[in-house]
Design a protein around this ligand. Structure first.
Ligand code: T4K
Length: 371
């Protein structure tokens, strides 16, 4: 299905012209400041806060360390309610911080945590909720806020997929106590590896900045067992460069999203997530559900596409709850997670990225429609 022999991956990073990077690298070479909160780091934090419409951004070397640090910043203890339908890093962060993940089922429409299921999972040991804006589609933030207020719980959004996503109130990253972004190579906005915590005030950011720098609060003072989560100047410079091109990249993704949606709308057994009418989506992923009345099973379709050089991904199969380190938990049992269990067996994420030729997306959609 690809014109060349090259496979079409589920995603591919959009890279700005190399020539634009050279002057930034020369600045780094001249200054010899390579890391530890240097000038590019500071510029990118300010530029991202401005672009995203959020008060404070603390950069990290990746999203996983940012998640762990977010838990440490809020001193989260005990049980944390989270989704089984995510990348494994979400729950791993809880284990790394010594928390017990408690899985709650998801909403069949959005595949995000179902607020009603969050509420029934609360115990006296629950201290926080870690929802995921899965595929960049906002959670039911109002319902989650009500639950958090009622039961006095912290909320850390895993917003790894939600770069630039807005709702009626502005950036979706402004909900909850903290939001965590990933800038991994596969994301809408990337710094090769990278991530960030979004927070509401300078005091919280100062604490996060200490925690990501070993807990240092000055040359001779260490106030907490922090980690090394700092973003380097090279990654920050890349980020500044990527930011110049990100609007165009999201616009291109939107074109592919619209094409898939139009071509697959009437295909029996294929359901495209969302309705395409979201005003401020980032089109990070294009998940379809392959239901029983489609001509092929999800895994057969996955294989058929691969046989034709297209590499979709089954994000997120298996469920996190099925991995060995989680499956013994009472909340990980299949009876507790019927919606997530089914979604994991139906979902297939189709290729979507700025440089994907529209003709390739057209052929992928035709292939699926013609089975
Ligand atoms: N929370 C959530 C909800 C997340 O989705 C993630 C990460 C995190 C937390 C943690 O954030 P980080 O610590 O990663 O910042 C990928 C990514 O490694 C991972 O970042 C991402 N989620 C996850 C959903 O996807 P894989 O194992 O599927 O990646 P991989 O290497 O198979 O890449 C997928 C395709 O992308 C490849 O087939 C080809 C293409 N690709 C990939 C890379 C790395 C490229 O074209 N160039 C590249 O450099 O996990």
């Amino acid at each position: 299905m690809s014109d060349s022999k090259k496979p079409i991956f589920v995603t591919q990073p959009h890279l700005p012209p190399l020539a634009e990077l050279i002057p930034l690298l020369e600045e780094i070479w001249d200054s010899k400041v390579l890391t530890n909160g240097g000038p590019f780091h500071q510029r990118l934090e300010a530029a991202l806060a401005d672009y995203l419409g959020v008060p404070q951004v603390a950069l990290f070397s990746n999203g996983t360390l940012a998640l762990i640090t977010a838990l440490q910043a809020l001193r989260v203890t005990g049980e944390v309610i989270t989704t089984p339908f995510s990348f494994v890093a979400t729950a791993h962060a809880l284990l790394w911080h010594g928390n017990k993940p408690v899985f709650a089922d998801i909403d069949p429409k959005t595949l995000n945590l179902d607020p009603a299921k969050i509420e029934t999972a609360i115990t006296p040991q629950t201290t926080a909720i870690m929802p995921v804006h899965c595929y960049g589609r906002p959670c039911d933030v109002a319902a989650i806020e009500r639950i958090a207020d009622t039961y006095n719980l912290r909320v850390i959004y895993d917003a790894a997929h939600a770069f630039g996503v807005r709702d009626a109130a502005g950036s979706v990253l402004n909900h909850g106590d903290l939001s965590v972004l990933s800038f991994h190579a596969t994301k809408v906005f990337n710094t090769f590896e990278g991530g960030a915590i979004v927070c509401a005030d300078a005091k919280t950011k100062a604490r996060i900045d200490q925690l990501k720098n070993f807990g240092h609060a000055g040359e001779t003072t260490v106030v907490a067992p922090g980690i090394n989560g700092k973003m380097s100047e090279f990654n920050a410079a890349l980020g500044l460069l990527q930011l110049r091109h990100v609007d165009e990249a999201i616009r291109r993704r939107g074109e592919i999203d619209a094409l898939y949606r139009a071509r697959l709308r009437d295909v029996t057994g294929i359901h495209c997530l969302g309705d395409g009418g979201e005003a401020f989506a980032n089109h990070a992923y294009f998940p379809i559900l392959v239901r029983d009345d489609y001509a092929l099973s999800r895994d057969e379709l996955n294989q058929a596409l691969r046989d034709h050089g297209v590499m979709p991904r089954r994000y997120f199969y298996p469920l996190i709850a099925e991995f060995p380190m989680y499956r013994g938990l009472p909340s990980a049992q299949r009876e507790n997670l019927p919606v997530a269990w089914t979604a994991a067996r139906q979902v297939l994420c189709l290729p979507i990225y700025p440089d994907l030729p529209i003709e390739s997306a057209e052929r992928i959609a035709q292939f699926i429609a013609s089975r």
